[in-house]
Ligand binder design. Structure first.
Ligand code: AMP
Ligand code: MG
Length: 500
């Protein structure tokens, strides 16, 4: 059904390519029923065009080869055509935003098509849903490109994340701070369920629905939570989500990723990085860095992220209490986050330093290193990559790492300590391990901005080029050296906020 009152709503009259009309869609989440999802009426965008897509992800979903060359794929991924077996549904959730209960929030602009090969496909920006509140249900080209590239970059880095299948654009005007153009990002994950889905039903005392949701999550994604006879599966779920979240946060901190809006509705029940908005990879190492222009208090500053995840896990704990009952047991389960986070962080840092297991000496080295990086505002990614190369010879005459510091003497002392920790290990092996743990390429804000500027002028080749690099960020890519350098001075003026 088309919303004829919508400004961009000519009746869609597309017929699907036969290969796309016979895909084996499943609707497991939508089948939970009307307490969980509401149907969305298509609100077509005029004259869509491809901005980018991931061929590898399309293949893993079982989409036919060459699918992206078809007009029906373009229309379907813009939300203009509903393929046979798919549907358009918005899921309902609530959440805490910036520490305050915000009630029902979404999903205001993401629309679930269904599942292919066990992966849900959502269109973000395909138009208003029954939960859009005062929003337009749209996304702008700028934010869709940032989400697409960062999803694939995180995947390339080996960090759990929702994926992105494609972005389509349209010249329809979207108003944010200024006039922009529309885009739709098709994102992919086993599930997009958030902590906020649980908070939604719990706050409303809808306990049967809360239990159905928890059972759905356990049955499909955490079946091991039912393994222990007589144990409370919801308690086991809380413990598992705490562990997964700890692992995710350890990986964010180790790579220097700032999410920017860690509200409880942006926390995935599967421990995936979810909802890419004002995110940023650190340039200079700055623990207090705030990447979101709208976060005036620095609630989600880089160094606060692990605590904020823990805070959100407490929201989830509260929401699950009607199913868990035992408060002490719930506290113990959620508090396991802290030890899991410590262990996972130490392991990430061990790997960054070329070790296979955490080592007490490495903790001392890290404690010494991080204040040095902060004091001299050293580029975080470039430091680790140069150190990884330096480690192959640990040569006193190689100043590539030391050159990054103002206090060179202190760095030299640190490098001696680093060298002595690795005594007896083959330096070539240490270096090779480090090069697999410390990426050469991360999606810095200025890189996304260059892609956006080109795309706004209808040049999508820069996106495709950067995508190739970010899909394999540990490789050298000698032809793309320019993406591995320091951020240019103009990058400091880029301002990213919640507006997207
Ligand atoms: P965010 O802060 O981006 O996580 O968004 C919070 C909620 O607001 C989500 O449920 C979104 O679906 C919703 N939202 C954000 N932007 C829009 C928009 N332009 N139209 C409708 N809903 C939106
Ligand atoms: Mg969100």
């Amino acid at each position: 059904m088309t919303d004829s009152t919508h400004p961009w709503a000519p009746a869609p009259a597309f017929s699907a390519d036969p290969a796309l009309a016979s895909l084996p869609w499943q609707q497991r989440y939508a089948n939970l029923g009307p307490d969980f999802v509401a149907p969305v009426a298509p609100a077509p965008l005029p004259e869509p065009y491809w901005v980018g897509h991931s061929a590898a992800l399309a293949q893993s979903l079982g989409l036919p080869p060459g699918w992206a060359a078809t007009d029906s794929a373009l229309q379907a991924m813009t939300g203009n055509l509903v393929l046979k077996g798919s549907a358009m549904h918005a899921g309902v959730y609530s959440g805490h935003q910036f520490g305050v209960w915000a009630g029902q929030l979404g999903d205001g602009r993401a629309c679930l098509l269904g599942e292919l090969a066990g992966q849900e496909i959502q269109l973000k920006g395909a138009g208003p849903t029954p939960f859009s509140r005062r929003g337009d249900g749209r996304a702008v080209l700028r934010s869709a490109i940032r989400e697409f590239l960062c999803s694939e970059a995180m995947h390339g880095l080996g960090i759990p994340t929702t994926r992105a299948l494609c972005v389509t654009g349209s010249d329809a005007t979207i108003w944010r701070e200024t006039a922009e153009t529309a885009a739709v990002v098709a994102r992919v994950a086993p599930s997009f369920i958030r902590f906020g889905h649980f908070e939604h039903f719990s706050q409303r005392q809808q306990i049967p629905q809360l239990q159905s949701l928890a059972d759905f999550v356990i049955d499909h994604y955490y079946p091991q939570c039912r393994d222990e006879a007589g144990a409370n599966p919801y308690l086991a779920l809380l413990a598992e989500v705490s562990r997964k979240t700890a692992q995710l946060l350890a990986q964010w901190q180790a790579v220097g990723f700032c999410h920017g809006v860690m509200n409880s509705d942006n926390m995935s029940i599967l421990g995936l990085t979810l909802d890419y908005g004002p995110f940023q990879f650190l340039d200079a190492f700055a623990p207090g860095h705030i990447c979101n222009h709208s976060d005036s208090q620095g609630r989600y500053a880089f160094s606060e992220q692990p605590n904020m995840a823990y805070w959100n896990l407490y929201c989830l704990t509260d929401a699950l209490m009607p199913l868990i009952g035992d408060e002490d047991a719930a506290t113990e389960a959620v508090d396991s986050y802290r030890s899991h986070f410590q262990a996972a962080s130490q392991l990430c840092l061990a790997k960054k330093m070329g070790l296979s297991l955490a080592d007490p000496r490495q903790k001392a080295l890290t404690d010494m290193l991080l204040p040095m990086l902060a004091a001299d505002q050293v580029d975080y990614t470039i430091f680790w990559r140069r150190l990884s190369h330096w480690a192959a010879r640990m040569d006193d005459e190689d100043f590539s790492v030391m050159d990054l510091f103002i206090n060179r003497q202190q760095m030299q002392t640190w490098q001696y300590a680093f060298e002595s920790m690795h005594k007896g290990m083959g330096t070539t092996d240490v270096s090779a391990r480090m090069l697999r743990a410390n990426p050469k390429f991360v999606l810095r804000n200025y890189m996304a901005q260059e892609v956006i500027t080109a795309a706004q002028a209808k040049d999508f080749s820069v996106l495709a080029q950067l995508q190739t690099v970010l899909e394999n960020p540990f490789d050298e890519h000698p032809a793309h050296e320019r993406w591995a350098g320091f951020a240019p001075d103009w990058a400091a003026a880029i301002s990213v906020s919640c507006s997207s």
